[in-house]
Design a protein around this ligand. Structure first.
Ligand code: GRF
Length: 219
């Protein structure tokens, strides 16, 4: 796979560690960052992974930046493109090009709280549960078919930072798992729903019940 990053890179590190520990049979062919100074870039270099910086500020339009990104990714012929804290909205051409082989991790129980500042919004909305979702990327931002989710309780003294840390531990657990399923050809998408070994995962049903316990978000 090729991994796209913009920032801290803790999910990238979790994937590097899972591969190193023999828990994820995969190869990171390259890491691409749009931010030259991202800590994720240093993590990739330390792990000996080829790194490319493609700075979006060097391109006059989103389409041209995405085109450069696609060219660099395709030079590696990856089976999967993994977004790990990649903070750019991707164009329709990019998303179409990697249809059902472009994965993202999002820090909320989608469809609750798409977009930014999910932890603060979950607290402000009085959510009882919060969590993380791995999903295939479609044209709708944070709206693609969900592969796996993990929920955590929201506790009375939580701040956005404390809650984020609890969620992040789950992100680091579920992202390698989703990628392993993909690379072992265990995932398919049927009518907008992800199937594992041809079956809908019962866990998803449970998590959907958890979501219904959340108070509706005030928009
Ligand atoms: C994570 O919370 C991820 O869910 C979101 O961006 C954050 C990236 O963190 N998409 P990191 O760079 O992996 O540490």
């Amino acid at each position: 796979m090729v991994i796209l990053v913009s920032g801290r890179g803790s999910n990238l590190q979790a994937l590097i560690n899972a591969i190193r520990d023999g828990k994820l049979p995969a190869e990171i062919l390259a890491v691409i960052s749009n931010e030259p100074g991202a800590p994720a870039v240093a993590r990739a270099r330390t792990a000996g992974i080829p790194v490319h910086v493609i700075d979006h500020r060097d391109y006059p339009s989103r389409e041209e930046f995405d085109h450069a990104l696609m060219q660099q990714i395709d030079a590696y012929q990856p089976r999967l493109v993994t977004l790990a804290g990649f903070m750019r909205i991707l164009s329709d051409a990019f998303i179409g090009h990697y249809h059902e082989r472009l994965m993202n991790i999002h820090p909320s129980l989608l469809p609750a709280f798409p977009g930014l500042n999910t932890h603060a919004r979950a607290l402000a909305g009085g959510a009882k549960f919060h969590g993380a979702s791995v999903h295939f990327v479609t044209h709708e931002v944070d709206g693609g078919p969900v592969i796996i989710q993990a929920s955590v309780p929201v506790l009375p003294d939580d701040t956005p930072e404390i809650l984020a840390e609890r969620v992040l531990a789950e992100e680091h657990r579920i992202y390698p798992l989703a990628i392993e399923w993909f690379l072992n050809n265990r995932l398919s998408v049927d009518q907008g729903r992800v199937l594992l070994d041809g079956q809908r995962r019962p866990e998803q049903g449970l998590i959907e019940e958890d979501i219904s316990l959340n108070k509706p978000e005030t928009r």
